[in-house]
Design a protein around this ligand. Structure first.
Ligand SMILES: NC(=O)c1ccc[n+]([C@@H]2O[C@H](COP(=O)([O-])OP(=O)(O)OC[C@H]3O[C@@H](n4cnc5c(N)ncnc54)[C@H](O)[C@@H]3O)[C@@H](O)[C@H]2O)c1
Length: 258
């Protein structure tokens, strides 16, 4: 029997990058998948790939910053598939800026998309999970939610907030058999990082990432499969870092003077 047979998994950002890869791997493992994205074309493309491979999926065009949209989303998922076992929030943006160069409008935009949506997802999925006796919530945070890098104020603040929401949900709902964890990738080779390729990317990775390979969307999706499975039943409220050792290293290339 496959690991997620008879399970229903909902994933935001399902039209691209880590979201698309996660939708496909959960479907391969037997789950019925709700593919959620603001882009109807890419969401449907993911569904088409899943159904062509013999899986079960439905596309949802939802702006995850809309409270009404999120409320209706879970009602529809439960009506369509009968339950919701795993909710994985991946959709997000990654803007640059300092406290001075970030406009208030852009700050609010990244907070809405990378943090408020996590609150809305938890708020409207948990009541269904409680009713059915449990569930798993995974939030794609990133190492910037643990430690910011320069010129990423809004993004780092939103991701740190998403991590705090993750921990709060974990402790508030552990007795309802609901687990909530954050996945914190470092640099992942996805369309989000288009434009950061070639020598500049290689230099960045040589300088900051101990592992000598490019982390792929599949590395993140496989971590999600483990965290959503019963193998991880005692893991909740954690920031699981998947970054080839980047966040563990201080001054990676520092050499002691002779
Ligand atoms: N790629 C990386 O290196 C990396 C590292 C750490 C964290 N992250 C975070 O992971 C998440 C996804 O990254 P990715 O690289 O897979 O990105 P991606 O750009 O490939 O995919 C993001 C998806 O989110 C969708 N989306 C955007 N706004 C939306 C909205 N309002 N409602 C619903 N869907 C929306 C997009 O249409 C897109 O399909 C982001 O939160 C990003 O900050 C990425």
């Amino acid at each position: 029997m496959k690991r997620f047979e008879n399970k229903v998994v909902a994933i935001t950002g399902g039209g691209s990058g880590m979201g698309k890869c996660s939708c496909k791997l959960f479907a391969e493992e037997g789950a019925a998948v709700a593919v959620i994205d603001i882009n109807p074309v890419t969401a449907q493309a993911t569904v088409d790939e899943i159904t062509a491979a013999g899986g079960r999926a439905k596309a949802y065009t939802v702006d995850i910053t809309s409270e009404e949209g999120m409320k209706n989303l879970f009602a529809d998922i439960v009506e369509t598939f009968g339950r919701i076992d795993v909710f994985f929030t991946i959709a997000g943006i990654s803007p640059m800026g300092t406290a001075v160069t970030t406009s208030y409008e852009d700050y609010r935009k990244v907070m809405a998309l990378d943090m408020d949506s996590v609150f809305l997802g938890c708020k409207y999925s948990i009541p269904y999970m409680e009713k059915q006796g449990g569930g798993v919530i995974l939030n794609l945070v990133g190492t910037y939610g643990i430690r910011p890098t320069p010129n990423k104020l809004g993004y780092s603040a939103a991701k740190a907030g998403a991590l705090a929401i993750t921990r709060s949900v974990a402790i508030d709902f552990a007795r309802s058999n609901i687990r909530c964890n954050a996945i914190c990738p470092g640099f992942v080779d996805t369309p989000l990082n288009k434009g950061f390729e070639g020598e500049a990317r290689d230099r960045f990775l040589r300088t900051y990432q101990p592992a000598p390979f490019l982390i792929q969307a599949e590395d993140i999706a496989r971590t999600a499969l483990f965290l959503a499975s019963d193998d991880a039943r005692a893991i909740t409220g954690q920031a699981i870092v998947v970054d080839g050792g980047t966040e563990a290293a201080l001054y990676l290339n520092y050499k002691r003077p002779e």
